[in-house]
Write a protein that binds this ligand. Structure first.
Ligand code: FNR
Length: 390
């Protein structure tokens, strides 16, 4: 308990996750593509932005809530879709969904989840019937798989569909390659030694079972097919997904549709033109094209291109509440956070993930007070100060 009390920021939780997980699992979460320059620039570019505080304003009451697609979010933060959380903790998706529901954060469930979407939806509802969840969609070669997921997600009560478009092929995750990371697990001696150093993780895995892409199986008891597993792990998504396929999506999904993984302003403008209800500026946490720019660097131009027609979200590198305020000042409606709550999940299960969310939320409120901002929705680019040098 006292160790947890001393985890005062996301970096502390990251270090705790590193101690809790075998290298293979930690590097799956922490790593990115190629030289990991994109990952680093997500963090650096956020750090370089400054907030220019205003003083002697009425900051008695702080309101960090924002309106998103007809709902009021208590805070402008949501959990990004995260695949294979079962490698971090058995039942990881359920634990994350519960933590998000407890914290008032929207939870986005990945197509590559290790629990079936119906079970994850129920888990969030058990915490509070109001819990809002979004469903992330990967479209593989076999369109029937996506159609099936959309049908199930709609009837389970997921409100918004998030189409991820930045994985036409897997990124070059060199740490995973070095760790011989593949599914189903083919343990090497090195891997076994690595896992033996983390008895808590190993014990949970032995009890909970090795993760599989449960969401892709037709029924509750059927294992997802080996083929679907392989496709998911190799991230062999459809390379034939085109703007014109929006019509196909619309036939299968009648709720709000958000596109995730755009970096070019023209693509964002096109997304609005084609009828998407929101865009997530993202480079997949630096896990795809290492040469891509940081998400925060592209955010202002995308906000300009979208011109207020749909909400713009951003993810990549958010580790501080003040970072979230910076994104709002650059025009984002809200921020998605990926690794941070995963570090919490790794080190402390559901309570750990919830602790990270509470931490980010407390940091955001404090940053708002210090910056002289009483309402998240009133934040404008005027809050931005001079950029720090390198
Ligand atoms: C991801 N991300 C991701 N995105 C997605 O659309 N579907 C997915 O299944 C996954 N899986 C996934 C697993 C892990 C371990 C990570 C770290 C990331 C990308 C994720 O949604 C988000 O874009 C980034 O994580 C945001 O960057 P930060 O917050 O991790 O820096």
């Amino acid at each position: 308990m006292s160790a947890r009390r001393h985890r005062v920021n996301v970096e502390d939780w990251r270090q705790a996750a590193r101690r809790a997980l075998p290298r293979l699992a930690y590097e799956y979460v922490d790593g990115a593509a190629g030289d990991e320059v994109c990952l680093a620039s997500n963090l650096d570019d956020l750090r370089r932005l400054t907030l220019l505080p205003r003083t002697l304003l009425d900051i008695e009451k702080i309101d960090p809530s924002v309106e998103v697609l007809g709902r009021r979010w208590p805070v402008p933060m949501a959990v990004a879709p995260l695949g294979l959380t079962g490698l971090i903790r058995p039942g990881g998706d359920v634990l994350m969904a519960r933590a998000a529901a407890r914290s008032g954060w929207v939870h986005t469930l990945s197509t590559a989840s290790n629990s079936r979407l119906e079970a994850v939806r129920q888990a969030a509802r058990d915490v509070t019937p109001e819990a809002e969840q979004w469903m992330q969609l990967y479209v593989m070669h076999d369109r029937a798989v996506a159609e099936h997921i959309m049908r199930r997600a709609r009837s389970a009560g997921f409100r918004v569909l998030v189409l991820t478009v930045d994985v036409p092929v897997g990124g070059n995750r060199e740490r995973d390659l070095r760790n011989d990371f593949s599914l189903p697990f083919r343990p090497t001696l090195r891997m076994a030694l690595d896992m033996a150093r983390r008895p808590g993780w190993l014990w949970r895995l032995a009890r909970g079972g090795a993760p599989n892409f449960a969401n892709l199986s037709e029924t509750e008891d059927a294992q997802a097919s080996a083929q679907a597993q392989a496709v998911m792990l190799s991230r062999a998504m459809s390379r034939k997904l085109l703007w014109s396929d929006l019509q196909w999506l619309r036939r299968h999904w009648d709720g709000p549709l958000v596109v995730k993984g755009l970096l070019h302003p023209d693509d964002a403008a096109r997304a609005v033109h084609e009828g998407f209800d929101g865009v997530v500026v993202s480079n997949h946490g630096g896990r795809q094209l290492d040469a891509a720019p940081s998400s925060i660097a592209m955010l202002p131009a995308i906000v300009d291109a979208v011109a207020g027609r749909v909400p713009v979200f951003v993810d990549g590198g958010f580790r501080r509440g003040a970072d979230v305020l910076k994104a709002l000042a650059c025009g984002a409606r809200a921020v998605f956070v990926g690794r941070a709550p995963l570090y919490g999940l790794a080190a402390g299960g559901e309570a750990g993930a919830a602790a990270v969310m509470a931490l980010l939320q407390a940091e955001l409120v404090q940053a708002m007070i210090l910056a002289g901002v009483s309402r998240a929705e009133a934040v404008t680019a005027e809050l931005l100060g001079p950029r720090r040098g390198s």
